[in-house]
Design a binder for this molecule. Structure first.
Ligand code: SF4
Ligand code: SF4
Length: 190
């Protein structure tokens, strides 16, 4: 007679780490697939959200942290709302992104580009206190080695007044800079 596998009794190291980071117990997932059915980005992912949950249960750390899924996830929380086991799937995705960054795993292909875009966005935020579309676009293009990507579209947006070369003035810029400086100090363990 077949015996059921009780995952709770043998949590993988990865599911324990996810639990520690996000407070979400991935071992509760019973693979109903509702998260994937509602995910607006699932069509573009290399693993569906429910597959990621299963991989976390099985401790497939390398595959999960290198996946495009954790970087393409838009953190819309549809999956969390739909989950009949009340698992915050979006928080699981977020914790996996953080764990990948802590291990300096940037992924390949589209994952790499998502990371480059995120960094470009954060660089403009730390400089001006809020995002600056033009600089973020230029940084992304240069760092991803495709200098003329969307150049025509950028020009069109500029001509229509949708994007501005000059950053908007923002009163709280020094506070935002201080936040970034504190994060950098924390990263260096100071
Ligand atoms: S939070 Fe991420 S995984 Fe969940 S539904 Fe939204 S995009 Fe999909
Ligand atoms: S909705 Fe919840 S229980 Fe169902 S597959 Fe997704 S994470 Fe697992």
């Amino acid at each position: 007679m077949r015996q059921p596998i009780v995952i709770d009794d043998r949590k993988s190291d990865l599911s324990k780490e996810v639990l520690l980071h996000s407070g979400q117990d991935a071992t509760l997932c019973y693979q109903c697939g509702k998260c994937t059915a509602g995910c607006p980005v699932a069509f573009a992912m290399d693993f569906t959200p429910n597959q990621i949950m299963r991989m976390v249960q099985l401790g497939l750390t390398d595959d999960v942290l290198n996946s495009q899924t954790i970087r393409l996830c838009a953190y819309c929380s549809t999956c969390s709302v739909r989950c009949p086991r009340n698992i915050g799937v979006a928080d699981v995705m977020d914790s996996l992104r953080i764990m990948a960054a802590e291990r300096n795993i940037s992924g390949t292909g589209r994952s790499r580009k998502v990371n480059i875009f995120n960094q470009a966005f954060l660089d403009t935020l730390s400089r001006f206190g809020r995002s600056h579309d033009v600089l973020a676009m230029v940084l992304f293009n240069l760092r991803s080695r495709q200098p003329f990507l969307n150049a025509k579209l950028g020009l069109k947006l500029f001509n229509n007044g949708k994007i501005k070369i000059k950053p908007n003035r923002f009163k709280g810029v020094s506070e935002v800079k201080e936040i970034f400086q504190r994060i950098n100090r924390l990263k260096k363990g100071a």
